[in-house]
Design a protein around this ligand. Structure first.
Ligand code: SF4
Length: 307
């Protein structure tokens, strides 16, 4: 049971948006501008609204990681004192970010750990569970969790993360870049039977052939972008699109990619594919209730004024 949910039954005396802002700002001794920047409440990624990174950094596991955008970004700031990526792409837990979704009053689609992999071996089961507790409590958002560590994700979803696995507002996904590494991840994902399961087929590095879309609700496809981008052929994309439509699976074409992705766009056969699984937007809690939740999270993880 979520340890702080009982608080929702009570009414606090702090009942304003200002109080939420104050907790965010004063407890950390930072300016309003810096606080906003640290909370990634908007994203340029086409299939999400915001990113949330309670973990930073990662290590490579398969060919899809070769030109990891997160690593490239993070390493630019290694050694910059006070920067969120002062330690480059080294794996770090960031408990002071756990409360971010509670601060956001407007419903968003949130990509969880866009700069890491929640199921990295350096992240404890306990910490992953805490991330899930926040997602279950702040249920006015839709969460998108994507991993290449599908074995561990499947094991946990079938065990201590069972509640999060059943929640319709938490979408669980795996990356699929090729047949050898990507297709077995789909099998693992399907075995966990999440309420909403998705694939991020990006960067698509080869034709995936025919594969089983049973138990999958959403497929994103994209080509690699940036320096050294590996090419993607249109036939590979059409093959996936056609299989999705045949199976009744939502299909989202993110980008062709390439060295300059702005020049290649995201239209396929003259059409933009922006399909999503069905989802319902839920009203956020009132400010005072969110503040109580936030106080509980901040206190629990010792990220309040005393830290
Ligand atoms: S798993 Fe994802 S975040 Fe980690 S190195 Fe690979 S591409 Fe980057």
């Amino acid at each position: 049971m979520i340890f702080w949910m009982w608080k929702l039954a009570t009414r606090g005396t702090w009942n304003t948006r200002e109080a939420l802002d104050s907790l965010c700002l004063a407890s950390r001794g930072i300016t309003r501008a810096k606080c906003s920047a640290a909370m990634s409440d908007h994203s340029k990624i086409e299939w999400t609204d915001a990113t949330w990174n309670p973990v930073r950094g990662c290590t490579k596991v398969s060919p899809g990681c070769t030109h990891c955008y997160a690593e490239t970004f993070a390493e630019r700031f290694r050694g910059v004192p006070g920067h969120p990526f002062e330690f480059g792409f080294d794996l770090r837990l960031v408990p002071e970010k756990l409360g971010d979704p509670i601060r956001w009053s407007k419903s968003k689609k949130i990509f969880v750990n866009s700069m890491s992999d929640l199921f990295h071996e350096g992240v404890s089961d306990e910490y992953i569970e805490k991330v899930c507790q926040v997602m279950l409590a702040a249920n006015w958002h839709t969460y998108q969790i994507l991993t290449k560590r599908s074995d561990r994700m499947a094991t946990l979803l079938k065990g201590r993360l069972r509640k999060a696995e059943k929640a319709a507002h938490i979408w669980w996904g795996v990356s699929v870049e090729n047949r050898k590494h990507g297709l077995p991840r789909i099998v693992k994902l399907r075995s966990a039977k999440p309420t909403v399961a998705f694939l991020s087929v990006e960067p698509l590095l080869e034709d995936l052939g025919e594969f089983n879309l049973g138990g999958i609700h959403w497929v994103i496809v994209g080509g690699e972008s940036g320096p050294g981008a590996r090419p993607m052929e249109a036939e590979w994309v059409r093959n996936i699109r056609d299989q999705c439509h045949k199976a009744g699976v939502a299909f989202f074409f993110k980008q062709w990619g390439g060295v300059r992705k702005s020049e290649t766009g995201r239209r396929l056969d003259g059409k933009t594919y922006d399909e999503f699984p069905d989802f319902t937007e839920t009203e956020a809690l009132e400010s005072e209730q969110r503040l109580l939740l936030l106080q509980e999270v901040e206190t629990e993880y010792r990220v309040g004024a005393g830290r």
